[in-house]
Design a protein around this ligand. Sequence first.
Ligand code: 13P
Ligand code: SF4
Length: 354
Amino acid sequence: MTARIITARPVTDVPPVVEEQLEPGERAELKARIKQLMQAQDAILLAHYYTSGDLQDLAVETGGCVSDSLEMARFGHAAAAKTLIVAGVRFMGETAKILNPEKRVLMPDLHAECSLDLSCPADDFAEFCDQHPDRTVVVYANTSAAVKARADWMVTSSIAVPVVRHLHERGEKILWAPDRYLGDYVQRTTGADMVLWQGSCVVHERFKAEGIRELKREHPEAAVLVHPESPAEVIALADVVGSTTQLINAVRDLPSPTLIVATDNGIFHKMHEAAPEKLLLEAPTGGRGATCISCAHCPWMAMNGLRNLLAVLETGANEIHVDPAVGVQAVRSINRMLDFAVRQKLAIRGNSAD
Ligand code: 13P
Ligand code: SF4
């Protein structure tokens, strides 16, 4: 019998980007009430860089964190708080719950999905893995708990290359899911033998190399920063390719006075803070007119706001639950990455001059 051909699920029902609009008075009232309830409920806020400036500021003001998905996982794990509020997308909430089954994990909106996660249903993925039993299964963080439970390793964009390089050096062949662009980038960077799931991010796949080249002609002094969920021809133009945190560090550290940024524009909040004197330009997406789906902003990240955050604190709604049996399986792939990150940091410190 020939094996069934398994393909990524097409993601067509992308919601429009709707950002919360607040008057200064309402913003101040919401923040004050949220802070009271967070304190009363022993809660901390983990906000991704793609969420609104209001949520990022609130996370900082209340002792939480604003970060990439790796640091959100680490910070939530290390925190003593009984409740974690995850302002991001569902897989981030699930990762927090998997790492902290004893904690209450809340999200402002449970419809905050991710096209990569949606492209990779657990049953199809399990069948795909069964068709490649000789491969080590490495999945990106942007997946469901059930997909992580089927994986040997979970990685985020900041650590995907070192993990796959390490596995390649051990002679392992890789099955990678779900982002085909990040998978392709990791494959080209490490030379590993990889089979790729064909999912994509609706935000990053829209960046266009020609648009960036045009912008570069107008700003020849500019450096180009690209998140590796972008297509190969966009990555080829990059001065720096990296996770959200790595791109913010690049804004601060590069000598260039102008930066062209190919990732979700929510990141500009922290980039401006990191280097207020620099000019930051959005890399052009597929359509600046009628065809623009994401316009460089994730519609699911935009679902997070102060109003729905207050509502979940008042009602206890939107709690994330993960089947404990799935959680026990999934945590192994996440912990492998976290342990690897610690070992890698130690190795880098050991090699450094200080
Ligand atoms: P980071 O791990 O770089 O934060 O990326 C998460 C993500 O969803 C990017 O689109
Ligand atoms: Fe998923 Fe893309 Fe949104 Fe990140 S930006 S959460 S990869 S859809």
